[in-house]
Structure formats: C-alpha cells, structure tokens
Design a protein around this ligand. Structure first.
Ligand code: TYD
Ligand code: MG
Length: 465
C-alpha cells in the first residue's frame, strides 16, 4: 500500500521538503515549516491547467524573429490615485494579478477601497471581496473616507468556491481579495492562512483572472511571527508585487514595486494618512526633511533616488561615548555599510569612532539601500562627532569605497536639480557627477547651489571643515 506522502512547506518562502527541519533549507527561516498532506491532483484539473498554460502561448508555436513580433502595448486603466499608478507603471492591466503586501494596520484596505471606488466611479465594474471585515465594517470605513455613496459591490466571503462563482457571475474588470490569507478552499484540509491554502487559492484565483481578463488584486499580510503564510510564497505567481510600508509612528506611507511585469520596479509612491484616507504626496522631498530652524550637528540631507525619482531625505547621526562594547545602530540604512564607513572614516580621514556609540537614522521612515547614501552618512557622523553643524542648505550624495574614493552615483544631475529646486545651497558630490562643461540648461537648473565635486572622503570633509 502506498504510504501517505507528507510534505513540509515553509510559511515564509513556500519551499517544500520531505522531512521536517528546524530551519527551512530554502530560505533559512527558523520554525516556519508546517506539515501538509498534498492533495492528489485530479487529472481533469491538471489538464485544465495545461490548457490554460497553452492559451497563453502562440496557437501553433510558430517561430518568429523577435523584431517581427508586434510588441503589444498593454492597455492600462489609471486608478485615479496618481501615486499608486506610478508604481503600477501607469494603471491596472487587464488579466494581471497584483499582490499588495504589508504589515497589518498599515493601510492596505484603505488604499484599495479608495482605488476601487475611483475605478467604479470611472465606470469600470469592480468587486471588493472582504474576508477580514464584515460588509457593515467596510461600509463604515467607506463613510469615514467620504465614499458613503459608493456603488462598488462588496462581498463578505472567505470560501474560495463562492468567490469564484461571484467572479464568474459579476465579471468585474477589477477585483480585490482582502486578504488572500483568509480565503480557503474545501478541497484542502489545511487551515486558512497555511501555505498550502494560500498557494492553492491564489493559483485558482489567478487562473480565473487570466480567463476572464479581470485585474485581480490580492492583499497579503506580512506577519513577523510567521503565523500566516507570507506574501513571499506568492511572489513568483503574480505579475506585480507591491509592498506597502511606513513607520507605524509616522503618517507617511510608501508603496514600492518589488516586481512588475508591466512597468519599472523600485518605483515609489508616497501617501500621507489623513482622517479621510490616503492622499497622494506629489512632492515627497519636502516631506523627508525635518524642519530645523538652525542647522544642527549630525544632520545631512541626502539626494537619493527612489526608482527613477530623485528624493531628498535627511540622514541623522548621533555619535556618543559608548561603553565597553560600543553600539552601531541604523534605522533605514544598512548597518554593515555603516560599519564599513566608520572604518573608512578612521583609516582615511583619521576620525576615530572606535569607542563611541554610533546611531544613524533616515528621517520619515524611508529605507535607503543604495550605496550613494554613503557620503551623506559619513558627513553626518563626522558632523555629530565634531559637534559642528553642516552648512545651511547642505546636501550630499556619492558612494564611498574602501580606499576612501568617492564614486559617482546614477542620475547625479537629476539629484542636483531636485536639490536646487528645494532651495538647497551647498552640495558635496562625486566629481564624476558634475558635467565637465556645464551647459546653460544645467546652470539654470542648479542656480543657487554651490557645487563641490570631490574624489576622496578627505576632500569632502575639508569642504565642511
Ligand atoms: P487599514 O486600511 O485597515 O490597514 P490594513 O488593511 O493594512 O490592515 O488601516 C488601519 C487603520 O488605520 C484603520 O483603522 C483606518 C486607519 N487609517 C486612517 O485613519 N487613515 C488612513 O489614511 C489610513 C490608510 C488608515
Ligand atoms: Mg485590511
């Protein structure tokens, strides 16, 4: 007799192993494997899947030269929320599946309710499926958002089969499932929110969307304790992955594209939370600069890039006498890079922080991953250590290498233009980012900004001496 096959699935990454481990062999997360008995796949289902796959391919598998294939520009429908459209690459695409992940309470439901309502008002049939709140709760939220008269259809349901039936019947152009972790199918015995359920439900919903040409938006919670299967389990299945993030204590919310088959990734949409919902922030730079009346030590404005968009962010550093084991802590910036920068500062500029606690923070809850933040971090640290503020209206960017060299950053001129636009006065930037022969347009765009091109960290520190 065939033994029942048991499989262990990871809640974090969805990887499977035949045996239980304390640590997932795929993603290295601890304690995330859960036992599942894989349902034997009915042949009809398998055949349906195969034919669905085939549909997406050319009918007869004809061979064509890439240049001869007509590149169909996908039709997009703007959602009416400009900041959301920016990350989506212009709007929602028919048949596309979008996953929106984020911590509970960050504002996913609010964002989607607003977007869906705007689409409904624009004349598109929509459907909002809620598994987390009752219809009455959704209505209450809509009233609070000033959308009390919304014609948007709402379905409070968690059974997958019922949701699929409604999708077939109503044929919405855009449907939101809030959240995928609450949906379950009776075909599987595992609990809602388990990897097997989340994966299977998402797969069936995705197929329904592809078949009907509807845009499907799946909401996925990220949970720290891993009690629910995370959105990462689904990332490879969907066309677009957005993450909704923000500091719980700040009212700003960022939507970031992690993956997008229909647009550029790492685009950023910025929203402010208000009593009446999320409002797009057209000029986010102003938002991440804290307003000091006088320049203070340890603060440096960084001209960073979010996607293709230049953004000014204040980087703060605090250097203070540490104990026997000095701490290096960073919020919003990479800690390993901070340690490296401190070593560069010591070795190449003779500024020692070995016995000091060093804290750095990117204001406003932004996360900065690009190495072009190096120079600003380094100058903020030096400024805090010296107890001397950087000049008024000071801005910097540039990658710092282990040899103390300052390397150019992408789109340097656009960063400088943004800095000038926001009234910055002094910029210390990689020399290679300055045009050799500045043309009239560049001079006009950076008017009022004194530019210092540097090749080494020592030079940068000399400018702000
Ligand atoms: P919610 O959209 O329910 O978050 P999620 O779906 O990600 O769990 O938002 C959480 C709470 O914040 C909710 O009580 C409403 C409130 N909120 C506002 O008051 N204004 C806003 O702009 C947003 C986004 C949320
Ligand atoms: Mg919600």
């Amino acid at each position: 007799m065939a033994k029942d096959r048991t499989l262990y699935l990871c809640r974090a990454c969805g990887g499977s192993t035949p045996r239980w481990h304390g640590r997932c062999p795929h993603c290295g997360a601890w304690n995330t494997l859960e036992e599942t008995v894989p349902a034997p796949e009915p042949p009809a289902n398998a055949r349906a899947r195969f034919s669905a796959l085939r549909q997406g391919l050319a009918a007869e598998g004809t061979l064509a030269r890439l240049a001869d294939i007509e590149a169909a520009d996908v039709a997009r429908t703007p959602t009416g929320l400009a900041e959301l459209d920016r990350v989506l690459g212009g709007g929602v695409v028919p048949g596309a599946v979008v996953l929106i992940g984020g911590d509970p309470g960050i504002g996913k439901s609010t964002l989607l309710l607003q977007a869906l309502d705007a689409l409904q008002r624009a004349g598109l049939p929509t459907l909002y499926v809620t598994g987390e709140e009752s219809g009455a709760q959704v209505a209450l939220r809509a009233r609070r958002l000033g959308l009390g008269d919304s014609q948007m259809p709402v379905l409070a349901e968690i059974r997958l089969e019922a949701i699929l039936a409604t999708l077939r019947q109503q044929r919405p152009a855009v449907a939101v499932i809030d959240s995928i972790q609450t949906v379950y199918t009776e075909q599987l015995t595992s609990a809602p929110g388990s990897v097997a359920q989340v994966r299977e439900c998402a797969a069936l919903l995705t197929r329904a969307a592809k078949d009907s040409g509807a845009t499907l938006v799946l909401v996925g919670h990220v949970t720290k304790d891993g009690a629910l299967a995370g959105p990462r389990v689904l990332e490879h299945m969907v066309d677009t992955v957005l993450y909704f993030e923000g500091d719980a204590h700040s009212s700003f919310r960022l939507v970031r594209a992690i993956k997008n088959r229909f647009g550029a990734v790492s685009e950023l949409g910025v929203f402010a939370m208000t009593e009446r919902g999320l409002k797009g922030v057209g000029n986010p730079s102003a938002l991440f600069l804290s307003q000091h009346r006088e320049p203070v030590p340890g603060s440096c404005v960084l001209a960073t890039l979010e996607g293709t968009r230049p953004l000014l962010v204040e980087v703060q550093a605090l250097v203070d006498a540490g104990g026997p084991a000095p701490r290096r802590l960073s919020v919003g910036l990479e800690r390993d890079r901070l340690a490296m920068l401190l070593a560069v500062l010591h070795r190449h500029a003779g500024i020692a922080t070995g016995d000091q606690d060093v804290f750095v923070n990117a204001v406003g809850g932004v996360r900065i991953a690009e190495p072009a933040a190096d120079l600003a971090v380094l100058l903020a640290v030096a400024s805090s250590l010296r107890g001397r503020a950087l000049p008024r209206g000071f801005v910097a960017f540039g990658e710092v290498g282990l040899a103390g060299e300052v390397r150019p950053a992408q789109r340097g001129q656009e960063r400088l233009k943004e800095a000038a636009k926001l009234g910055m006065a002094v910029a210390v930037v990689p020399k290679a980012n300055l045009p050799r022969k500045p043309d009239a347009a560049f001079l006009r765009a950076t008017e009022g900004l004194t530019l210092h091109g540097v090749e080494r960290v020592e030079e940068a520190l000399e400018v702000v001496r």
